[in-house]
Design a protein around this ligand. Structure first.
Ligand SMILES: [Zn+2]
Length: 68
């Protein structure tokens, strides 16, 4: 998937919101995180989205290469 810019918000926010809305269920324990506690950070080369399950602490990451 290629990040696209939507009106009035950054790629970061757009992608994070997508995950918050689609990946709420932990694949490890099945806990559904209604809060959608995704965090994002970037080192300039990549954007990393990370979620830590509040129930079992399993972490899930999605990494996007910015491809400069
Ligand atoms: Zn879990």
């Amino acid at each position: 998937m290629v990040p696209r810019r939507a009106h009035g918000r950054s790629d970061f926010e757009w992608i994070r919101e997508r995950y918050e809305n689609t990946e709420k269920r932990c694949s490890e324990c099945g806990y559904v995180d209604e809060e959608g506690n995704w965090t994002s950070h970037t080192d300039g080369q990549r954007i990393v989205y990370r979620h830590v399950c509040p129930s079992c602490e399993a972490s899930h990451e999605h990494v996007f290469d910015l491809g400069n």
